[in-house]
Design a protein around this ligand. Structure first.
Ligand SMILES: NC(=O)c1ccc[n+]([C@@H]2O[C@H](COP(=O)([O-])OP(=O)(O)OC[C@H]3O[C@@H](n4cnc5c(N)ncnc54)[C@H](OP(=O)(O)O)[C@@H]3O)[C@@H](O)[C@H]2O)c1
Length: 190
């Protein structure tokens, strides 16, 4: 019998957090302390490989190639989906109006990989769907009044939240020795 291959979109998450699990300061701005060269290099390379970028309206990556990338931007300003008048490569999507798969079909990406890059509510929405979540930690940075990276933080650590959603830590890689920053892939246990 002939086998039919079904295209699958792999879903990966990316964030850098402080030692206390924050991704931005109390004004909801990512502080310079979290903009670490080794992590920027890692993140840039990962987005170069991704077929689709997905984020909330305030979380577009600050990178030279950003305008070249196909992206889905979450917003409640549209009912379901709509072209982004400011970016021909972007689709505006309201998850209350249609499923993620519909938005992916409309933007023409149904296989390969999607990079989910925040903010916290968007990370939370995909928590049961990540194939891998790449968690970078800056252990020397603390932002006690800052924005928690995921729903459930700081009552639980980011690592406990990922583990609670069926992900298990792989081997950490040191990506910035000067700042002692490592990234750990959290992979779904099938
Ligand atoms: N450290 C890191 O790695 C990292 C990663 C990501 C973000 N950040 C930082 O975190 C801050 C942004 O946080 P943020 O909370 O403002 O996040 P955000 O998710 O980028 O933006 C929130 C906006 O996205 C839209 N949105 C989010 N969830 C939605 C949903 N379920 N349905 C419909 N629309 C939705 C809404 O847009 P509308 O208002 O248009 O409806 C909402 O106002 C920034 O400072 C960013 O730099 C840091």
């Amino acid at each position: 019998m002939a086998t039919i291959s079904v295209p699958v979109l792999r879903i990966e998450g990316f964030v850098i957090v402080s030692a206390d699990g924050r991704l931005a300061n109390a004004r909801n701005v990512m502080p310079d302390d979290l903009k670490i060269e080794g992590d920027k290099r890692f993140f840039t390379a990962a987005l170069e490989r991704a077929d689709l970028i997905v984020h909330g309206r305030h979380s577009e990556e600050e990178q030279a190639n950003a305008p070249k990338r196909r992206r889905i931007i979450l917003t409640r300003k549209v009912e379901a989906t709509a072209p982004d008048p400011a970016n021909p490569k972007a689709l505006l999507w309201n998850p209350a109006g249609c499923p993620f798969e519909t938005a992916c079909g409309e933007i023409g990406v149904t296989s390969g990989s999607a990079a989910i890059i925040g903010g916290p509510g968007v990370f939370g929405m995909f928590m049961d769907r990540y194939d891998t979540f790449w968690l970078s930690v800056a252990p020397r940075v603390r932002i006690p009044d800052g924005e928690p990276c995921f729903p459930g933080v700081p009552d639980r650590s980011p690592q406990q939240v990922l583990a609670g959603h069926g992900l298990r830590a792989g081997e950490a890689q040191l990506i910035d020795a000067a700042h002692d920053v490592s990234v750990t892939p959290w992979r779904r246990v099938s």
